[in-house]
Structures are given as structure tokens and as C-alpha cells.
Design a protein around this ligand. Structure first.
Ligand SMILES: [Fe+2]
Length: 261
């Protein structure tokens, strides 16, 4: 990706609130991720039932990156890396990476109008949401509704205005949407007879707390085995020390590195 393309995407996000990168992943990568997803769904269903949250969270599988090597491979290397470093004007980390699975004619809480960042952050570039399409996304199977320009307003639009003015973000399996964390959006309904699956990594400035403590979830020793870029993305350079001696490390061994913003 060259700087002109990066600036075009940045312009789209500033103006409309979203942009799309076509064919970022191969069908083979998508197939492997889909296959692993079938394997890990029963694990999630069991945990959600055990914790008594199955009814409210079914079809939403959070932090699947921890369970699925194929999903981790989608950000190792991260094809959006140059774009994200430009957009955030420096380092960034993974805030969360989960999977949404809309079965035909079933509901999911993401179909309510919402934004993914709870606190409106206006022009401060704190977080972007990325949506990796595992299936072709169409108006029939649940393509996301997006209210262009709404990233600049903290006020939630009412249902009537939203669904009259929002556009549908359609695309092919392997396409990737990137949108401002402040934009108001909603998942569509799936009126077909096949599921519609997406992976949603959110990337943020390192100063934001991760949705799951990925360095601890993968293990601190995991950092010795992975490329520097993935180490940065998973948050190993933005740790919080827990003792005074950990805090007083020499600069290169600090838990929260000086270049993390
Ligand atoms: Fe969302």
C-alpha cells in the first residue's frame, strides 16, 4: 500500500466515517478461519452457558483470536499496519478481536444502533473498528448499516432517521471495512438460509485498556516467539507494571515503552 492509497483511505474515514480495502485476504485464508470457527463455537457456547450469558451473547464470540491460530495469522503480519501507523500517527495495539455469527433469521445485539466506543472521542483518533468479511456481505444477509458523517456527532440518531439515511456496507469475503470508532452503525438482518460471519478486530492507541489482557492470555513467554510487529500489536510493549521494581526498569526493559504515546 503506497502513501497515496493510505491518504485516500484516511480521507474516506474523515469524511464518511468508513473505508473499504478490497480483497485484503485470500479465499484460502478465509476458508481456514471459517473452519476453525466451526471448531471453537461449541467451546464458546459451553462457556457462555456456564456463565449464564448465553441468551444475551449467543452468536457473538469475543476474543476468538486467542482460540484460533488462523485468526491470529490474519494480523501476523497485519496488512493494515502501514495504514494504521499513519492513521494513529504512531504505535497502535489490538483492543479486541472477536467474531460475529449471524444465523439466518436470528437476532444479535449488534443489530441495535450503536457505536463501538462507549465514550465519544470526537477528532481524537483513539480507536478504529475493522470488519473482516468471512462471507460475502449483502443487503440480504446482514451487511452493516452505517450513518455516514455520524462519527462527528456524539448524539445517537433515532431509528427512523438512521434507517432512512444509513447506507449498507456490502462486500466480498476477504474484503475489509475500517471505520471510525465514533460512527453510529447496526448489523443488518440475515434473511438468507446461510450464516453471515465477520471477524472484528478493533485497533487503538496503546494508552487504551484492552478488552482482554492479550499479553497475559497468550502468556508473557509467547512474546519471545513472535515477530516484533505482532508483539507490538498484542500489547507486549504497553504493559502495566505491578511492582515498584518492575516500574524502575531501564528504559529498554520498561513495561510501558517510551514510544507508545
Ligand atoms: Fe459495532
Amino acid at each position: 500500500m503506497n502513501i497515496e492509497q493510505i491518504k485516500d483511505h484516511e480521507h474516506n474515514i474523515s469524511e464518511k466515517g468508513w473505508t473499504v480495502f478490497r480483497s485484503l485476504y485470500s479465499q484460502e485464508q478465509i476458508n481456514i478461519a471459517n473452519q476453525e470457527l466451526e471448531e471453537i463455537r461449541p467451546v464458546y457456547d459451553a462457556v457462555q452457558k456456564e456463565q449464564g450469558v448465553y441468551q444475551e451473547t449467543k452468536n457473538a464470540y469475543h476474543h476468538t483470536v486467542v482460540m484460533s491460530p488462523a485468526q491470529l495469522a490474519l494480523i501476523n503480519p497485519n496488512p493494515l499496519h502501514d495504514f494504521l501507523e499513519h492513521f494513529f500517527n504512531g504505535r497502535y495495539i489490538l483492543n479486541t478481536m472477536g467474531t460475529s455469527y449471524i444465523e439466518p433469521n436470528t437476532g444479535i445485539y449488534t443489530q441495535n444502533i450503536h457505536r463501538d466506543i462507549r465514550s465519544f472521542s470526537d477528532q481524537a483518533r483513539l480507536m478504529v473498528n475493522v470488519l473482516i468479511m468471512l462471507d460475502d456481505s449483502t443487503e440480504e444477509n446482514g451487511a452493516t448499516w452505517m450513518l455516514e458523517g455520524s462519527q462527528n456527532t456524539g448524539k445517537k440518531p433515532d431509528n427512523g432517521y438512521f434507517f432512512k439515511n444509513a447506507i449498507r456496507a456490502t462486500g466480498k469475503a476477504g474484503d475489509v471495512l475500517v471505520f471510525d470508532g465514533n460512527i453510529w452503525h447496526a448489523a443488518g438482518e440475515n434473511k438468507t438460509d446461510k450464516p453471515r460471519r465477520i471477524i472484528t478486530p478493533f485497533f487503538s492507541k496503546p494508552l487504551m485498556k484492552q478488552g482482554l489482557d492479550y499479553p497475559r492470555a497468550f502468556g508473557y513467554d509467547f512474546a519471545h516467539r513472535i515477530p516484533d510487529q505482532l508483539k507490538q500489536i498484542l500489547g507486549y510493549n504497553a504493559l502495566t507494571p505491578t511492582t515498584i521494581s518492575e516500574f524502575y526498569k531501564p528504559r529498554e526493559k520498561r513495561f510501558y515503552k517510551a514510544d507508545q504515546g
